[in-house]
Write a protein that binds this ligand. Sequence first.
Ligand code: SF4
Ligand code: SF4
Length: 355
Amino acid sequence: MKSKVFFVPVKDAEDIDAVNRQLDVLLKGSEILSVLEKRGAVAVKMHFGEEGTDSFVRPDHLRLLCGEIAKKGAVPYLSDANTLYRGKRLNCEDHLEVAKAHGFTKEAVGAEIVIPDDRKEENVADVPIDREFIKRAKVCRCYLDAGALVAVTHFKGHGMTSFGGTLKNLGMGCATRAGKLAQHCDAVPSIYEDKCIGCGECETVCPVGALHMENDKSVLDTEKCIGCASCVAVCPSMALFVDFLAGDKIQKKMVEYAYAILKEQEGKACFLNFAVRINKECDCWSYGNERIAPDVGILASLDPVAIDKASLDLVNECCGKEIFVEFHPGKDPMVQLEYAQSLGLGSLDYELVRL
Ligand code: SF4
Ligand code: SF4
């Protein structure tokens, strides 16, 4: 049987009231929120946007959504995990600050804003999934412990995964920093010697002693390196670089992480994709992230694979070409979708219901 994906068009994402009218039609017509009925605390998985970007899903839409969740007898809270890279969302304090700057406050959206601190053991879950690439997934516990889950995703391009949709919001977005590292890293880093300031941080964190200092410059023993990228995460001067674009493995690892979340939230999760303000890269980019497609609309489904496939198809249809392939050549958007289907997360076969 085909999975249902519900859709409302949006002509101009900046017309907040008009978008909210469409969102209201979508939430009521699709009835996806019925899975949240009396589920207690509901995690609304967000991306609050990196400092400097304006491409995130607007707080006004979250206010409407949270109001509808409350009508189901559940208590929503908005949440995202900290990032791996050194932006403004690396730790809880800064992450909350940027969320607030983008308008995400309890007063504005009618829900608490929760950033789990993955430096605290009690906030981390080590989930045995025994998949091809990931045996144990390190995710933020709050997304497993929540009574139910709503993924609110800004659909856009992505240099590592072709596009970023629901699967990425869940797989990469719910992972701890260690989990994000595990997904990103298969390659040995390179060192830009001219950028190295000789601080020695990389040598300190390397778990296998693959780095040492010579003449105040970091030197790598590629035979010892296990590609964990811990050094990349701590380097203050971006002197260490891993080619994250290499290979499709990251897409599959990301899907395996999504599997870790969804197997716990099976039957208790629903998904919204906002295919508007569609940029070349993800919302982690602060600046220079070009718009590559017109606003398309909002999608809703109980199937995370179907909603991403339908979003991809609609955006491509609107652009008259495979827009993400054009901007990210060599990245096949079907890798994550087909792999997710093979893991039983959902179906590529969908029925689009236009509301
Ligand atoms: S990637 Fe990991 S193992 Fe390799 S040098 Fe960096 S810290 Fe060490
Ligand atoms: S952490 Fe970066 S800047 Fe510091 S020694 Fe290592 S490579 Fe050089």
